[in-house]
Design a protein. Structure first.
Length: 107
């Protein structure tokens, strides 16, 4: 029989057999980087980050967009990857996100 978590214990949600950690996103790269480093220190191995943005094109409200690359500006990303003008998204992660959005009819 499973025991209910005590006050000092937290239950960990999972996706199948994979434990999942959900974290409120912060605004600004420095704050996001601090949280990311903390998560990595606690053992998080893979991260999917979601955000919001505006567009220069007319698209339906609440449309999900999956970026495939980003234009880099000054900031923390230059401390973690080789300096390039663009950073491309991991193709495996991109495919998994697109499949999940498609499965839930959100893409």
């Amino acid at each position: 029989m499973k025991q209910a978590p005590s006050k000092n214990q937290r239950s960990v949600p999972s996706f199948g057999m994979i434990p999942v950690c959900l974290v409120q996103a912060f605004v600004a790269a420095a704050a996001e980087t601090a949280i990311l480093e903390l998560l990595i220190a606690y053992g998080v191995e893979e991260v999917i980050s979601a955000g919001c943005c505006g567009t220069l094109e007319e698209i339906a409200e609440n449309t999900f967009l999956t970026p495939f690359k980003a234009l880099r500006d000054e900031g923390t990303s230059y401390h973690y990857q080789e300096a390039t003008r663009f950073v491309e998204m991991n193709r495996h992660a991109l495919k998994a996100i697109e499949q999940a959005l498609s499965y839930h009819q959100m893409y």
